[in-house]
Design a protein around this ligand. Sequence first.
Ligand code: TRP
Length: 376
Amino acid sequence: MSSEDKDEMVVTPWEVRGKVDYERLIREFGTQPLTEELLKRLESFTGELHLQLRRELFFSHRDLDTVLDLYEKGTKFVLYTGRGPSGPVHIGHLVPWIFTKHLQDHFDTRLYFQMTDDEKFLIDDENKLEDMTRYGFENALDLIALGFKPENTFIIYDVQDIDLLYDIALEVAKRITYSTARATFGFQDSTNLGWVFWPAVQAVPCFIHKKLTGENVPALIPAAIDQDPYWRITRDIAQKLGYHKPAQIHNRFLPGLGIGGKMSASEPETCIFTTDTPEVVKRKVWNAFTGGKGTATEQRKTGADPTICTIFQYFLYLFEQDDKKLAEREKRCRSGEILCGECKKELPERINTFLAEHQKKREKARDTLEKFHIKR
Ligand code: TRP
């Protein structure tokens, strides 16, 4: 493989590699940038802009304006997001969930959360169904630990709950041709049949609220941009089935601690799992890729580059709430006043404080898991 191929951007629901050009994704996927104006509108509902909006972690959308228009006129919306439970949860996964909870709190809306054990089973020869299902329940603990409201949160475990999903999945699948699906997802002759059908299942939670309550309201989906192809095909058929088109708000990927790419569980040393011990967190952060220079002397002289530093991203998107302090850190980094060692010491402290709490709540969640399971 030439280095050009290696750097080439690939963003699909199953693979993210290369340097991600978010402007290009907006153009190619045909989504809308999150404008100042739209952010102001959101702020008028929530009182303050969430850190992940202020810092542009969420950067793109579809129909967020439409959803807010409807909301103003008295039509609520529901939230929908999900997780492919192929392993333990890392803090990159928590990012859009934290934002989803912020929306649930401020708009007092339901969240439908889909655990796609079926998807993860189908897309990888190595994955055993029972393992994916088990991870689904384990991963749900991380979601619950973030403080979602049980009366407003409905977790769907695909395999277990398929009876609830199947009729809508069929309605969806019937209206999407193989040719559209192939063009959207890049299916090959060797793609298994389950995988080809499966996108219909991810569409279902966009619509399920009507079946459960009789209310026809749009779904707003906070999710990383790699999931967008699913929503494209879903949006195409929504109105034919008598539903609103689902709206999206898209986030960037939280980088792993290695060079380039998103945090990926397949490279465990480059991601912080929610169950990692303080020592493990320290070690992983210590080995992280930064924007530092070869030697301390050089760095003191020329400064470092926070824009490529994985550690800085964690302060930016999660662990430094204070805008002034963040700007200060950035300035001191660029000027060479601080060296990487300083951030490498501070970040694990923040992560470990967060994880200590999270791990407690995560264990407690075992008792309430059933309360969050979608009811018939
Ligand atoms: N396909 C997603 C994954 O592999 C899981 C998922 C299902 C999802 N429904 C979703 C993610 C809605 C975001 C929003 O992770």
